[in-house]
Design a protein around this ligand. Structure first.
Ligand code: ISE
Length: 348
C-alpha cells in the first residue's frame, strides 16, 4: 500500500487452535501495523515471514513479531511451505503480480487496497481466480468491519427509517505529500467511500460527477478538496467531500438520510475536554487509531475464514468506479459507469 497521506503529521493531541502462519509482503506503515495486530490482537495467527525492499525495516518487524523469517525474495515467501496465507501491504503497483502469484500457489491472500491500480490489472486477477475455481482473494477495505458502519448497515436493514435516499460523507486528512496528483484523492482516499457506498446500499454506482472549489492554499497545486457525487443503481445519491490537507486532524464521518429518519456516524470520542468555555474532543492524526478496531476485526475474519471481507470483484469495482471519477475530475463531465456483469464466482 502506498501511503500518500503523511501519517502522524498533526495535532497534539490463543487456545490450542490451529495457527495460520502469515507471510507479509511490505512492512511499511500498514504492513507493520498488520504484523503487530496479527501477533498481539488476533487469535489463531502468527507472522511466519516478512519481505520488504528495505531489509532493515523487514528485520525490525520480524523481530517485533516474535522472530519471523526474513525473506530476500517475495515470490519465495509466497511459495514457501511454511507460509499458509499472504498479506500484501507493498506499493500499489506491485499488488497485481503478488496476488497472481498467490493464486497460482493456491494460497489465501489479503491485499491492501487497491487490488490493482488499473482496471485491466484487476480484470487479470478476476480471470486468474475464476480459472482457479474458488475465492482466495480478500481486499483490505477495512471500513466494512468498523462498528459504526456495520451498525449503520444493520439499522438500515431493519427498515425502521425507511428506504435510503442520500449519504453525505466527509473524509479529511491533515496533510498530504507535496505534489500529490489530484487523482490520488480519489484512488487513494475517496476509494473507501466508493466501496462503502456499494456495500451499504448493496447496489452498484452507475453515475459519477466530481466538482472542485478553489484549491486550498495548503494543497501545493493539488486540486484539494474535491466533491464527488455518486448515484447508485437503486437511486441513492452519495456525496463525498474529500480533503487531504485539512490540517486540523483526521476525520471520517457520514450522515444517512432515509425516508423517515437519519443516522449519523460520527468520529468516536475517546475523550472530551471541557475547559475555559470550551468543549473539545481529541481527533487522531491519521486513520490507524480511527479504524484500529476495524483492522483487528478484518484480520480476525480473514484468519477465521468467515469471508465477510471485500472480494476481488469488490476490488475490481472500486478501481473501475475510481477510474470513472478520475475521468470526471479531468474532463469536468458526468460519467456513466458501465461495469461488466458480475462473474459467476462472485454472485451471491
Ligand atoms: C489511506 O491510504 C487510507 O487508506 C486511509 O484509510 C484513508 O483514510 C486515507 O485517506 C488514505 O490516504
Amino acid at each position: 500500500m502506498t501511503t500518500l497521506i503523511e501519517p502522524g503529521r498533526v495535532p497534539t493531541g490463543t487456545g490450542g487452535a490451529v495457527v495460520r502462519r502469515i507471510g507479509i509482503i511490505g512492512t511499511g506503515i500498514m504492513g507493520a501495523d498488520h504484523a503487530r495486530l496479527l501477533t498481539r490482537a488476533v487469535s489463531g495467527a502468527a507472522v511466519g515471514g516478512v519481505f520488504d525492499l528495505d531489509d532493515d525495516r523487514a528485520r525490525g518487524v520480524a523481530q517485533a513479531s516474535g522472530g519471523a523469517r526474513v525473506f530476500a525474495d517475495p515470490y519465495a515467501l509466497i511459495a514457501d511451505d511454511d507460509i499458509d496465507a499472504v498479506l500484501i501491504a507493498s506499493s500499489d503497483a506491485t499488488h497485481e503480480d503478488y496476488v497472481l502469484a498467490c493464486i497460482a500457489a493456491g494460497k489465501p491472500v489479503l491485499c491492501e487496497k487497491p487490488l490493482a491500480p488499473t482496471v485491466d490489472g484487476c480484470a487479470r486477477i478476476l480471470d486468474a481466480e475464476t480459472a482457479h475455481g474458488s475465492r482466495l482473494v480478500t481486499v483490505g477495505f477495512m471500513r466494512r468491519f468498523d462498528p459504526g458502519y456495520t451498525d449503520l448497515k444493520a439499522l438500515l436493514a431493519t427498515g425502521e427509517i425507511g428506504a435510503p435516499l442520500m449519504l453525505h460523507n466527509v473524509h479529511r486528512n491533515p496533510a498530504a505529500v507535496p505534489g500529490l496528483p489530484s487523482s490520488a484523492l480519489i484512488t487513494n482516499s475517496a476509494v473507501h467511500e466508493l466501496d462503502i457506498t456499494r456495500w451499504l446500499f448493496d447496489s452498484e454506482i452507475t453515475e459519477v460527477a466530481v466538482h472542485t472549489p478553489r484549491p486550498s492554499g495548503n494543497a501545493g497545486g493539488t486540486r484539494d478538496p474535491q466533491l464527488l457525487i455518486l448515484t447508485t443503481a437503486s437511486g441513492v445519491l452519495s456525496d463525498v467531500e474529500i480533503f487531504v490537507n485539512a490540517r486540523y486532524g483526521y476525520e471520517v464521518r457520514c450522515e444517512l438520510v432515509a425516508e423517515t429518519g437519519t443516522v449519523t456516524l460520527d468520529t468516536p470520542p475517546p475523550t472530551a475536554v471541557r475547559r475555559s468555555g470550551l468543549h473539545a474532543r481529541t481527533l487522531p492524526a491519521d486513520w490507524r487509531p480511527r479504524f484500529a478496531e476495524a483492522y483487528r476485526l478484518e484480520l480476525q475474519d480473514w484468519i477465521d475464514g468467515t469471508g465477510q471481507g471485500a472480494t476481488a470483484w469488490d476490488g475490481f469495482a472500486a478501481t473501475f468506479v475510481a477510474q470513472a471519477c478520475v475521468n470526471a475530475l479531468e474532463s469536468g463531465e458526468r460519467y456513466t459507469v458501465e461495469m461488466p456483469p458480475t462473474p459467476g464466482l462472485y454472485r451471491r
